[in-house]
Ligand binder design. Structure first.
Ligand SMILES: [Zn+2]
Length: 402
């Protein structure tokens, strides 16, 4: 069987139509039973294609959909993973659920992030089944819940399987191969002061003023060190002051001030090291000023949510080579190895399930979550072709095994 015969079993229109159908079914954060309807649709699709499919239940009425094409057991297994949830419509200028096609683009919430990728993965599975290809290793589709929030879908797979020898997570990279990305955690620092009347400020300790000192110290002493921790592909650490809340009203000395930080780190740092470094800055401020008090903690402290560590795959891993080969055949340009700007579920698969993973999917991140979210049809075509060829190459074909 040559690969063109496999690819020809699915038409471009089918890929577009499937993407539209997925966009038509809302699955955004805040909906009751958020991903259930889209999960059912995907399960029906695989059943119609005679592909083994089942639900997992990470949260009540919010299933992961797992589909498997079993190989003969003599090849490597590959997982194609995508999340079923989207962010809310917010103030979209386009109808969020129309999935309309215009000017070579398909519009709607999730078209880019990442129902387009789901459609490419589903049709890749369908093509292999329709063509009667006998794979040597298993090909697994994982449609997972709640990636935009706490990734319970992928955490469930980490704990319960299925496993695989490698995984492709289809977040929108423009079909570049993202071989890594930063880790990401939110951190809360609460500065504690002492409330008094604004007319007698020396009786109190102003937590907002103390927080300003802390921010200044972080900006002038910590952030300049980040340059030395630069990773050649993934880049420097990042620290963003995202939210600050303090005090009760203008005539009271502020008794507390809480700063929420977004902290992103390359593999040269560790999360415990990041927390210690902040503790040290607080200890230094306290040694200079006994009135300075602050506590630092992980935003999700107390939950059993897995740490969102960085992703990194060895550039010599066979999956990287497989994708390069596939993209050279299907793409318009030489495949690029890049770092993905955002955190993804690939981190959990790689760090906690021991599944080396890359991020590679149709669409561009700059179009995700936007008011006119869309994906180019040419990206969907390339996604479908690349996933199909990657599966054939990585899992291998039974007929080619001696
Ligand atoms: Zn996404």
């Amino acid at each position: 069987m040559n690969f063109n015969e496999v690819l020809d079993t699915v038409t471009n229109n089918e890929i577009y139509e499937l993407t539209t159908n997925l966009v038509n079914i809302p699955s955004y954060t805040g909906l009751i039973n958020q991903e259930l309807a889209v999960a059912r649709y995907i399960k029906d699709y695989f059943e119609t294609e005679n592909i083994e499919v089942f639900f997992q239940d990470p949260l009540p009425n919010r299933p992961n959909v797992i589909a498997i094409i079993r190989g003969c057991g003599r090849g490597k297994s590959l997982m194609l993973s995508g999340h079923l949830d989207t962010v809310p419509p917010y103030n979209m200028t386009e109808d969020p659920f129309s999935g309309k096609i215009e000017g070579g683009k398909l519009y709607g919430r999730g078209s880019c992030d990442m129902k387009g990728a789901l459609a490419c993965m589903m049709t890749a599975m369908a093509a292999l089944r329709r063509s009667g290809t006998r794979l040597a290793g298993d090909l697994i589709f994982a449609g997972v819940i709640n990636e935009e929030q706490q990734s319970e879908g992928t955490e469930y797979i980490v704990r319960n399987g299925p496993g695989a020898n490698a995984a492709i997570v289809g977040e929108p990279t423009g079909m570049d191969i993202a071989a890594g990305h930063r880790g990401l955690e939110w951190i809360d620092i609460t500065v504690i002061g002492k409330t008094t009347h604004g007319g007698t400020p020396t009786e109190g300790v102003n937590a907002i003023s103390k927080a300003a000192e802390l921010i200044y110290k972080i900006e002038t002493e910590l952030i300049p060190k980040f340059k030395e921790r630069r990773h050649p592909l993934i880049g420097e650490p990042l620290l963003n002051f995202g939210v600050i809340k303090g005090g009760d009203q203008p005539s009271s000395v502020a008794g507390f001030c809480r700063i929420s930080i977004d902290r992103r780190w390359p593999p040269l740092e560790t999360f415990s090291g990041i927390m210690e470094e902040l503790e040290e800055i607080i200890a230094e401020l306290r040694s200079e000023d006994p009135n300075f008090r602050a506590e630092v903690k992980r935003y999700f402290e107390g939950s059993d949510m897995m740490l969102h560590k960085p992703l990194e795959i060895d550039l010599n891993h066979p999956l990287v080579e497989t994708l390069q080969k596939a993209l050279r055949i299907t793409g318009q340009k030489e495949p690029q190895i890049v770092s993905f700007p955002a955190w993804t579920d690939a981190s959990l698969l790689s760090n906690y399930a021991g599944i080396p993973s890359v991020v590679c999917g149709p669409g561009f991140l700059k179009h995700a979550h936007t008011e006119n979210e869309h994906v180019h049809l040419s990206q969907l075509e390339e996604g479908y072709r690349a996933y199909t060829l990657a599966a054939l190459d990585f899992c291998g074909m039974e007929e080619n095994i001696d």
